[in-house]
Ligand binder design. Sequence first.
Ligand SMILES: [Zn+2]
Length: 315
Amino acid sequence: MALDKESVRDALSVREYVEYLGIQLRRVGNSLRGACPLCGGSKRATKFSITGERWHCYGCGESGDVFALAQLMERCDFSSAVKQIAGIAGVAPTVEYDESERKRRQQVRAMKERDKQKRQLRERQQAETSAGAVWEHLALESESGRRYLAKRGIWGLHGEVRFGKNSVCLPLRQTDGRITNVVGRYIDDRSPKIRGLKGCGTLGMFGDFRKLDVTTGPVMLTEGLADWCSARLLWTERLILGAHGGHRMADITRMIAAQLKKRGRALMFVAHRDNAGKRATKAALEAARSEGLLDENLFVYWVQGNDLNDELREP
Ligand SMILES: [Zn+2]
């Protein structure tokens, strides 16, 4: 809390302060005289003199204004002396100063936050711009990758799946086909989660939505990478889309809902009957309904067993 020293000075005169200290003052000419609160003296002493708002002691040689006296009395610094005098005078700290300072700090914080968001957006845009190039440079073939997929009954996706060092990769696309991330699943299962390019957003989907009009039947939306691959093999005439994790199914539903609605196309969620799958499907159905898709165009395909393509797996 800040104090305006001028208003404090106006609130308590030197005379009032000295009297507050217990000194009796007597008028002598145009000054007030009494014992010095600093160097003492008897009640009848006249060494201490006040003229206007200045004081002077002929004994100890000190002099000054009300704050100088408080500093010497309290053996403190200037601002503490102002507080001391304000306390005696009953002056409240001024709030105007604090308010403007608070607002200024708030503005600085808001500006820093805006700069941070701008920087993050710029970094993300740069990262997303490079995602397409990263995808183009991934290998089309990989022996270990092919074996990994074959074990899961997945083969021959001819470039739709590509290979990084020790990983099987898919692009995340926007509805216009633009690639904004590349995600990979590690072949050795050391890190079972699929991971995307650093700095890129994960709001995107597996599959190319631009193929909507050259496919028939319901659009299929799977929970993840492996199911997307399996569904591509099982339903070749359909548009297969996939989420980067089940929790993204609702987001993708919102991305595509308007165009599905316009064309009267059905949407079928492909999900596992575990808790995560049920939760993801519930959220996706809610998103679809809130976007105006009709129940008659919404379906759920519950995956039987462990995997969508269990029957296609190598024995
Ligand atoms: Zn003195």
